[in-house]
Write a protein that binds this ligand. Structure first.
Ligand SMILES: [Zn+2]
Length: 569
């Protein structure tokens, strides 16, 4: 690695010196650069965000762009005396103050006296206060006086991890920038760059472990990388990284979860033993297990998991492979077990036992077969039984029968193979098709037409009952006292509907609006009511059909279950 005598830590050595080197804070860089380009640079900035995400680095880059002797451009030159001094921290016009140690009113007074003078050889005097929330109340008050009437040649840059601790009077005088946690792929990419510059051989898996340790902080990730390099030298092995950082090897997690889903109790216990052997904290292991299962669940539940999970691309691929044959429901049931175990571990004396029990339970969970799948299976059996009215196992044997028989079976099930003759034998009790219900269809078409022209008019009409529907007269009833009656009786509404009705009917149609008593017998249903009643009727019929369906009856008998809910998909 380095030549021995002096080792500069990576976070310092690779501190970003330009906006373009600043990883993961593009939204901040872009806004600041735009401000610089347009000459609208505020006199006070507040940078907020977690530790190690680039706040102080950005403050220094900003200071350099403002004072660079090449000119105020949107990247510092980094070679002129001003830039070099700021990088080294020796500029007499840029004051970097740690709010945690210089938090008294005297410090701020000194500062105020100091900024009265013009910069010695730069454009601005720039005050950077890190951890600004640590200042005392009196110090804040002193600072506020300066912020209220800042001299032209002074710029303030404040950084804090806890913006809520700042007085509103300060907050309101600053342009605020919220720094994000750096995403895992971005940290990994930066680590990869550095590894190449340092000629270090390291796998992507190891870099991912190191980045994970940083938990969204670039600085913490680089510190972890320092630690690894100090131990491993220029050739980093995955095992060493895992042991050193106390992170669990992803492969071990993958093996254990495979054992869980495979019902392999031996494998599960061997995995735990391995975890214990490397001296890993059981509770932390359980938390990682939860995270692992959560990742699997997200992958199985959404189309674009990469937008939700903060994991490296390679790991995502790996997880996708692992979750391929597992249902979201099966993952969820196990996840619940682990979450429960984790909470029990906080006050237990035998953390290992608790994890083992949870994992064994998870491994022995019977897989849930979706009822849909069961029904399909039974239906298939039944279809076969229709043709060979005998016992199921004979049907199963028939399925693997020689070609001629097989061909015949296929030909008798042309377009709806899952609908055996016995079921269609008792005809559907479904309502007649809506086309035959005359006027109502016209009403439906009319409302659809109005909806297309004017959504607002249409939404009111949907609640109206077509009492009379003739070419010359449409009479619409709305429930007495309802909002829709009020809306319907509005003269403008009537005029608008009438205009549309004339176009629709191709004649002179008059619209009349009436009040009808709620639940009045004989009044035709409004579209909204009809839709609701249709849905209820459909569900009723569906329930009826399901309860009486021979396959369901058989399934209930075989599995000893009861129907709790019938839903339409
Ligand atoms: Zn410069």
């Amino acid at each position: 690695m380095s030549n021995g005598t002096h080792y500069e830590v990576l976070a310092r050595k690779y501190r970003p010196q330009t906006f373009s080197e600043l990883a993961g804070q593009e939204h901040v860089s872009r806004t600041l650069q735009n401000a610089i380009d347009s000459g609208r640079v505020a006199h006070a900035f507040l940078f907020t965000g977690a530790r190690g995400v680039g706040k102080t680095s950005t403050a220094r880059i900003m200071a350099k762009t403002l004072n660079c002797s090449v000119g105020v451009t949107h990247e510092p030159c980094n070679v002129c005396p001003q830039c070099i001094e700021i990088t080294k921290g020796t500029s007499t016009d840029v004051f970097e103050i740690d709010g945690a140690s210089n938090n008294g009113v005297d410090d701020v007074r000194d500062l105020r006296d100091n900024i009265k003078y013009l910069p010695s050889h730069s454009r601005y005097r720039i005050i950077i206060i890190d951890e600004v929330h640590m200042l005392s109340t009196n110090a804040f008050n002193a600072l506020l006086k300066t912020l209220e009437e800042p001299p032209e040649h002074v710029k303030f840059i404040f950084a804090t991890t806890e913006p809520h601790k700042l007085p509103v009077t300060i907050l309101s005088r600053c342009q605020r920038f919220d720094f994000k946690r750096v995403t895992l792929p971005k940290i990994i990419a930066r680590l990869r760059e550095i590894a190449e510059k340092e000629s270090v051989t390291v796998s992507d898996a190891s870099l991912a472990l190191i980045a994970r340790k940083g938990d969204g902080s670039m600085r913490d990730s680089l510190t972890a990388f320092d630690q690894v390099l100090a131990f491993c030298g220029n050739s980093v092995s995955d095992e060493d990284v895992g042991t050193l950082l106390g992170t669990i090897d992803r492969r071990l997690l993958a093996d254990i979860s495979a054992a869980v889903f495979g019902g392999d109790t031996q494998g599960v216990l061997a995995g735990i033993r391995q975890v214990d052997l490397v001296g890993y904290n059981m509770r932390q292991f359980c938390q990682e297990l939860i995270e692992h299962f959560r990742n699997l669940l997200v992958i199985r539940s959404v189309k674009k998991p990469e937008e939700i999970l903060d994991i490296a691309a390679a790991e995502l691929d790996e997880l996708q492979k692992q979750s391929l044959h597992i249902s979201a429901l099966d993952i969820q049931r196990r996840l619940t077990l682990f979450i429960k175990a984790e909470s029990e571990m906080s006050y237990a004396n035998f953390p290992r036992l608790i994890v083992e029990m949870a994992l064994l339970k998870a491994a022995l969970l019977a897989p849930l077969v979706p009822i849909q799948e069961l029904i399909e299976k039974i239906k298939a059996l039944e279809t076969a039984a229709v043709h060979t009215p005998s016992l199921p196992w004979e049907a199963a044997r028939a399925a693997s029968a020689p070609a001629p028989y097989h061909a015949e079976m296929q030909s008798t099930a042309p377009s709806r193979p899952s609908q055996p003759a016995t079921v269609s034998a008792h005809p559907s009790t479904g309502a007649p098709a809506p086309e035959s219900s005359g006027g109502f269809t016209d009403w439906g078409r009319f409302v659809a037409y109005v909806n297309g022209e004017d959504r607002q008019l249409g939404s009111v009409l949907e609640h109206g009952s077509p009492i009379k529907q003739e070419k010359e007269l449409i009479e619409i009833g709305f429930p007495a006292g309802s909002y829709f009656l009020t809306a319907g009786q509005d003269t403008e509404f009537i005029a608008d509907v009438q205009r549309l009705a004339c176009t629709f009917m191709g004649g002179n149609t008059v619209i009349r609006v009436k009040s009808i008593e709620a639940g009045l017998a004989g009044a035709p249903l409004s579209l909204v009511e009809k839709k609701k009643s249709d849905a209820e009727q459909l569900l009723d019929e569906l329930k009826q059909e399901v309860t009486n369906h021979p396959v369901i009856i058989e399934a209930q008998r075989v599995f000893g279950g009861t129907i709790t809910d019938v839903r339409k998909y």
